[in-house]
Design a protein around this ligand. Structure first.
Ligand code: HEM
Ligand SMILES: *[C@@H]1O[C@H](CO)[C@@H](O)[C@H](O)[C@H]1NC(C)=O
Ligand SMILES: *[C@@H]1O[C@H](CO)[C@@H](O)[C@H](O)[C@H]1NC(C)=O
Length: 251
């Protein structure tokens, strides 16, 4: 008698709790499901052919603007002012012009996805651009061609480019550590004075960077400050029109 009553009570208590509990559980699962669904990219990204991608070059105002870089395709519609018709970077839209991200050549054969003969740091720079698009825009799929096959798998070219970029990253890291040993010049620019470089301690010299580091002409040299007893080493260039022992040089 007592046992039965207890069982009945427990049963009552359970069913009284079970409805709100199941509602809670269900809504949690539903939330999780939709949350994950909206967070993770689709498990099978869309595959584009070059011809398909070309439709999204910004010339049709009703279509999104897409851009390919080393085979990854991004929706860059929110950057319409750059990539849309008449935008300064419209040549990147509707195609994979990976090479132009380092060459700056937006004409004719310059608009290619071939990275042939680029240095490891140049390839690293292009991979950095791809990271920028991942951070800034929406990834929408892969371009079938040089970097992805028709199954959407990476090709040997993509693996090769990523390996080369990793070597470029190592090289840049090593160079950064080397350069940290010799302080860079201070520099300033003003309307009246123009450009000038100076050293608080030591003498300004231009030093050539290794060719594989020098992505662009601008990056090929840097100004560093050398002590008096270091000035005789090879490869140090005195600024044109600047005295050998001047601590400040106008450019
Ligand atoms: C190799 C050469 C170059 C390449 C590949 C390049 C590429 C790009 C790209 C793709 C963007 C758009 C980024 C985005 O989606 O927000 C951009 C923006 C910009 N670029 Fe370049 N660029 C180059 C050279 C230059 C030069 C020489 C200048 C200036 C003298 C310059 C000035 C700018 C400015 C100011 C923006 C930002 C515009 C804005 O946000 O409204 N770029 N660049
Ligand atoms: C761009 O690339 C093409 C093909 O490689 C070349 O013929 C042209 O001279 C280049 N233009 C510039 C401005 O570098
Ligand atoms: C290529 O993709 C398919 C799925 O489309 C997969 O089954 C296969 O293992 C992949 N091949 C390689 C070499 O990764």
């Amino acid at each position: 008698m007592i046992k039965l009553k207890t069982k009945e009570n427990q049963g009552m208590r359970w069913s009284a709790l079970s409805l709100p509990l199941s509602v809670l559980l269900l809504s949690f699962l539903l939330f999780k499901f939709f949350h994950l669904k909206s967070q993770s990219p689709p498990s099978t990204p869309r595959l584009f052919t070059p011809e398909e991608l070309a439709l999204y070059n910004g010339s049709d105002p009703n279509l999104p603007i897409l851009l390919g870089i080393i085979g990854s395709v991004f929706d860059v519609t929110k950057g319409k002012s750059h990539y849309g018709a008449g935008g300064g970077y419209n040549h990147f839209a509707g195609r994979d012009a990976s090479r132009a991200f380092v060459s700056g050549n937006f004409t004719g054969d310059g608009l290619t996805d071939s990275l042939r003969d680029l240095s490891s740091t140049e390839v690293k720079s292009i991979v950095d651009w791809r990271d920028f698009y991942f951070r800034t825009y929406t990834f929408v799929g892969k371009l079938v061609g040089r970097y992805y096959d028709s199954d959407g798998n990476s090709t040997k070219y993509l693996k090769g480019a990523e390996a080369k970029a990793a070597r470029g990253a190592q090289l840049l890291e090593k160079q950064k550590n080397e350069e940290a040993k010799i302080p860079s010049c201070n520099s300033r620019w003003s309307q009246d004075e123009g450009s000038e470089v100076w050293c608080d301690d030591g003498y300004p010299r231009l030093v050539q960077r290794p060719v594989e580091i020098a992505i662009t002409g601008k990056m090929s040299k840097r100004c560093a400050c050398f002590k008096k007893d270091e000035l005789d080493q090879q490869g140090l260039e005195v600024y044109e029109g600047c005295d050998y022992f001047a601590s400040k040089c106008k450019l």
